[in-house]
Ligand binder design. Structure first.
Ligand code: PMP
Length: 449
């Protein structure tokens, strides 16, 4: 059965399919961290729906919440009308937000993907500031609809900045292991911050005052790169003092993943806009932005969409937010994440191909490098995407699902659910260690997964 399903998928689905290429699994059952394929094989899932499943698959509180809505006879589709289910979700979400945002904040329910909430955040700040440009960072990932807004024919809603949609100024993100300034550490991050401030203040710098700065507190797809707290505070200070709204994209980092409920809490910064999706829907599609009420200057219908009222996702999301908070799963993520990081660092002492181990909480990255290649001017070896791909393949053979990421797809990413047990964490690391060992043993010309 599994083979037929995979064959038909390859024949019928688009060439743009992603995870399905490197993970030929046909999931038929799942519970917690475990996924069972149609071939009867069981896997530990460290992909978790690209970081969506804070409580793992089919957590009882999530299933109960979904059943509760189904059994109640409530409508499942309501556009953006008020419902008790939505009311409860908003209340639960606001209880988790930084107090300054919760007390003076608004929420906009968006189309059910992170990318639509990013679009909403950009549009909100463009309308509020009357400016078009955007400050964004190297290595950032915010979604796939960058062109969607520019292609929209509704100029009234897009005014006043229709033609400015593509004006993005790219700034350096503090990537310690491959510091763009060759220094790393706090000093490397500070130089990036100075460059940012300098560029904005230089009257001949070529950058118009922007509508917003958009950043991730830990870059996910970019290769699991945590920004230093001091750098985040500098970005807050630079934007605040220049009247630039700061949008923090917490699509992947939110709901306890990085060791605090929201990743911004660690540095103490309060953004003007937060973009939330993935885990807030408790495994079902949901995306919102929350923002300071002063920014709420858009017109009715300025960011509309048919699917903004997914009642099942809101109920599943409420249950997830509450469960994470009541059980302090963010603290659990921090504790078990640091143990996993130290064991991985131990592993790196025995494997020269592990160039860097980094992460926050249960957002962990292992950057693999090519030990045969020449180091660059600053001593760093190039990424090894072929090795990473072999490790992913070998991990799958050992019953472990991992994701690749990073600038060159050379980073093994671990995003286990926050409910991972100590034994599961050990099993993940045993299987990963075995996979690295096996992948290293394959000659360089070996077949890729
Ligand atoms: N922002 C970040 C930080 C993300 O990681 C992602 C998805 N990986 C998105 C936005 C886009 O979300 P979606 O795929 O649901 O559109």
């Amino acid at each position: 059965m599994a083979e037929g399903v995979l064959r038909r998928q390859a024949q019928r689905e688009s060439a743009a399919r992603t995870y399905a290429r490197s993970l030929p699994v046909v999931p038929v059952r799942a519970r917690g961290m475990t996924v069972e394929g149609a071939d009867g094989r069981r896997y530990l899932d460290c992909l978790s729906g690209a970081g969506t499943l804070a409580l793992g698959h089919n957590h009882p509180v999530v299933l109960d919440a979904i059943r509760g809505v189904l059994d109640s006879g409530a409508p499942l589709h309501v556009l953006d009308l008020a419902t008790p289910v939505k009311d409860a979700f908003t209340t639960a979400l606001f209880e988790t937000l930084p107090p300054q945002l919760a007390e003076h904040g608004r929420i906009q329910f968006c189309g059910p993907a992170g990318t639509d909430a990013v679009e909403a955040a950009i549009k909100l700040t463009r309308i509020a500031t009357g400016r078009g440009g955007l400050l964004a960072f190297s290595g950032a990932y915010h979604g796939m609809t960058a062109g969607a807004l520019a292609a929209t024919g509704d100029t009234a809603v897009r005014a006043p900045v229709a033609e400015a949609d593509a004006r993005v100024t790219r700034l350096p993100y503090p990537y310690d292991y491959r510091c763009p300034f060759g220094i790393g550490g706090d000093r490397g991050a500070e130089i990036g911050a100075r460059w940012t401030a300098h560029l904005l203040d230089d009257p001949k710098g070529g950058v118009q005052p922007p509508a917003a700065m958009l950043l991730e507190a830990v870059q996910g797809e970019g290769g699991v790169i945590p920004a230093p707290d001091g750098w985040l505070r500098r970005m807050r200070e630079i934007t605040e003092s220049r009247g630039i709204p700061l949008i923090v994209d917490e699509v992947q980092t939110g709901v306890g993943r990085t060791g605090t409920f929201w990743a911004v809490e660690r540095s103490g910064i309060v953004p003007d806009v937060m973009v939330l999706s993935k885990a807030i829907g408790g495994s079902l599609p949901l995306a919102v932005i929350v923002y300071r009420e002063e920014l709420d200057g858009w017109q009715p219908g300025a960011h509309t969409g048919t699917f903004r009222g997914n009642q099942l996702a809101m109920a599943a999301g409420t249950a997830t937010l509450r469960f994470v908070r009541d059980n302090a799963l963010h603290e659990r993520a921090e504790a078990i994440g640091s143990r996993m990081l130290s064991r991985l660092r131990g592993l790196s002492a025995h494997h020269a191909c592990i160039g860097d181990v980094r992460g926050r909480g249960l957002m962990i990255g292992v950057e693999l490098v090519d030990t045969e290649a020449e180091p660059d001017d600053y001593g760093a070896l190039p990424a090894d995407p072929r090795l990473a791909s072999r490790v992913q393949h070998e991990a799958l053979r050992r019953g472990l699902i991992v994701e690749l990421g990073g600038r060159h797809a050379g980073v093994i990413r671990l995003l286990p659910p926050l409910t991972i047990t100590d034994e599961q964490a050990e099993a993940v690391l045993d299987r990963l260690a075995g996979a690295i060992e096996a992948a290293r043993a394959v000659p360089t010309s070996g077949v890729l997964a």
